[in-house]
Write a protein that binds this ligand. Structure first.
Ligand code: GLA
Length: 400
């Protein structure tokens, strides 16, 4: 009886979390109904940081609609750090003066066909020093649900202090403690009965991709904070090689939010950013000022074919399949038997590349389409030689 229950549990684990490491014991599983494809939306932090308020969020919601981004799939409007005020006498968290009425704000966002995200920490304080959820997890989850929140980014921040106190420098115990705090918030959110996406943010510590889904994470940051610079974006994005087996419907690797349109990279670099995130099945959370974006930024963020790769129903993250010096080929299997192939040039001069199609899992003849150039390239067999790939740029192909 006990053995059959154990076997049953292992089979469930294998079936639900394909290719994930179940050895830590699968305490819980993220709901497949939530984040069946990587979440898409916008987050206030990359552009506004602490300068976010009710007006900023309403303007972002308006711009998502008027720009066509909502209809392209960007539906979450996520308030990051610095919204929190103090707690009232019974411990209920209140927003600060920047957000006079969170429920009314949620209603406004919902009235636009969008969803609202919020931010907290398992620690006493958030990264920006505002009130965290330590000791108030269930109460905060109930408050978020009552406001109508649909997404929570839960950022470790000051909990690192508790980690040190509770577990010293033993990294294994630190992992257990992190698992506990994230599971606690997952359970608190589940108890509210409202579907709320849980986004783990602890910078990838202790290979969170191996256990993030076990504690109910729908996504988990795999790295530290992105900056609006090619070097930062490339280090993070290309550094995701090897993580593809940990992602799938309901549970995604998160290489951090987009910087597209924030001004620190050129258009080729932003196309690389967008392409790489799509190949990685990464959450697409725009981080720019939507009310003031250029047509070029909008066209990069809303390229329908690129978004379709990110949101592909199969939910298989892409990975690096070949490399030659600064040139990298990444491939991602798609629903319906197609394959996305991205050829990245990390060098500062244009380069061409010839690669074997079998490296991308393609045998026999295949039809190729260039998704940024919107060009039908014809049929190929064996290998493919690209046109010049721009410096820090990319050619993105769809093979069928
Ligand atoms: C951390 C997170 C960022 C952002 C800030 C807010 O640095 O990694 O994404 O949420 O905190 O303080």
């Amino acid at each position: 009886m006990r053995i059959s229950r154990l076997l049953g549990g292992l089979l469930l684990c294998a079936a639900v979390v394909t290719a994930l490491d179940c050895s830590l014991g699968a305490q819980t599983q993220p709901s497949k109904m939530l984040a069946a494809t990587p979440p898409m939306g916008w987050n206030s932090w990359n552009h506004f940081a602490d300068k976010v308020d009710d007006k900023t969020i309403r303007a972002a919601a308006d711009a998502l609609v008027s720009s066509g981004m909502r209809d392209a799939g960007y539906v979450y409007v996520n308030i990051d750090d610095t919204w929190q005020g103090t707690r009232d006498a019974d411990g209920t968290i209140r927003a600060n003066a920047k957000f006079p009425d969170m429920k009314a704000l949620a209603d406004y966002v919902h009235s636009k066909g969008l969803k609202l995200g919020i931010y907290s920490s398992p620690g006493a304080k958030t990264c920006a020093g505002f009130e965290g959820s330590l000791g108030h997890e269930e109460q905060d989850a109930r408050t978020y649900a009552a406001w109508g929140v649909d997404y929570l980014k839960y950022d470790l921040c000051s909990y690192t202090k508790e980690l040190r106190e509770r577990a010293g420098r033993d990294p294994v115990k630190n992992q257990q403690v992190m698992e506990e705090v994230y599971l606690k918030m997952h359970d608190a959110l589940a108890k509210t009965g409202r579907p709320i996406v849980l986004s783990l943010c602890q910078y990838g510590w202790q290979a969170v991709w191996r256990w993030g889904a076990h504690v109910g994470g729908n996504l988990w940051r795999t790295t530290g904070d992105i900056e609006d610079k090619y070097a930062s974006m490339a280090a993070i994005g290309f550094g995701q090689a090897g993580l593809s087996k940990y992602a799938g419907p309901g549970h995604w690797n998160d290489p951090d939010m987009l910087e597209v349109g924030n001004g620190g990279m050129n258009a080729n670099e932003y196309r690389t950013h967008m392409t790489l995130w799509a190949m990685l099945a990464a959450p697409l959370l725009a981080g720019n000022d939507l009310a003031a974006m250029t047509p070029e930024t909008l066209s990069i963020l809303t390229n329908h074919d690129v978004i379709a790769i990110d949101q592909d129903a199969l939910g298989r993250q892409g990975d690096r399949v070949a490399a030659e010096g600064p040139l990298e080929v990444w491939a991602r299997p798609l629903a319906g038997g197609g394959t996305a192939i991205a050829i990245f040039n990390r060098w500062t001069m244009p380069l061409t590349m010839t690669f074997d199609l079998k490296d991308a899992g393609i045998h026999g003849s295949v039809h190729l389409e260039d998704l940024w150039a919107k060009k039908d390239l014809g049929s190929f067999k064996g290998s493919y030689t690209t046109a010049l790939v721009p410096p820090h740029g990319v050619i993105l192909l769809r093979a069928q």
